[in-house]
Design a protein around this ligand. Structure first.
Ligand code: GAR
Length: 204
């Protein structure tokens, strides 16, 4: 018997190691999700190359192709919807999605962030954690809402900051854990192993 696997669209802006982890996980036939398309906000990203190498359809929705942010938001939602995702994963997507996108995929968009939310939101989580001098940081997977990295937290891993860390070494160490956390969390989400109680996401 073949069990239908959940359809995941991944949105990216960068190198795509988190995307690659999901693609690699999908190679196992008992993994409950598979990546059906990859979208980016710019051409020529490593992540889009990774998708193409895996024969996964790609699309680009670059904000500068549109008159305003609202039109871009609708175009991104339309392009994503073509692939009928059960779950949308922002994996290094360095933009806030807008209201049209969130309305279309309500509660089914997650993001992965390289810090322990609510600390250090935004695009420089590891740099900001280092600058603050924290001894522990980590990564967070959360359900996307309209704020900047403010949505309900699904999963987190804490990672020590070492005295000789720089931004790159810290971010790379975070990403090793982040990829594993993302693969497990996507599997758990698409198999309904979480439910939401207000802001809290709890195990079923
Ligand atoms: C990841 O660490 C992800 O958490 C971060 O970008 C990196 C992408 O790496 N995202 C953010 O900072 C969003 N606020 P990758 O392209 O190798 O997957």
């Amino acid at each position: 018997m073949t069990v239908a696997r959940s359809r995941v669209v991944v949105l990216v802006s960068g190198g795509g190691t988190n995307l690659q982890a999901l693609i690699d996980a999908s190679d196992a036939h008992d993994y409950p999700a598979h990546v059906v398309a990859v979208g980016a906000d710019r051409p020529d990203t490593g992540a889009i190359e990774r998708a193409a190498a895996a024969d996964i359809p790609t699309f680009i929705a670059a904000p500068n192709q549109y008159n305003d942010r609202a039109s871009w938001d609708v175009a991104l939602a339309d392009a994503t919807a073509i692939y009928r995702p059960d779950l949308v994963v922002l994996a290094g997507f360095m933009r806030l999605v807008g209201p049209a996108f969130l309305e279309r995929f309500s509660g089914r968009v997650i993001n992965t962030h390289p810090a322990l939310s609510p600390a250090f939101p935004g695009t420089h989580g590891p740099r900001d954690a280092l600058a603050y001098g924290v001894k522990v940081t980590g990564c967070t997977i959360f359900i996307v809402d309209s704020g900047l990295d403010t949505g309900p937290i699904v999963a987190q891993v804490a990672i020590p900051v070492l005295d000789d860390d720089d931004e790159l070494s810290l971010h790379e160490r975070i990403k090793e854990h982040e990829r594993e956390l993302l693969v497990h969390t996507v599997a758990d989400l698409v198999t309904d192993q979480y439910r939401t109680e207000g802001r809290k996401v709890v195990r079923t």
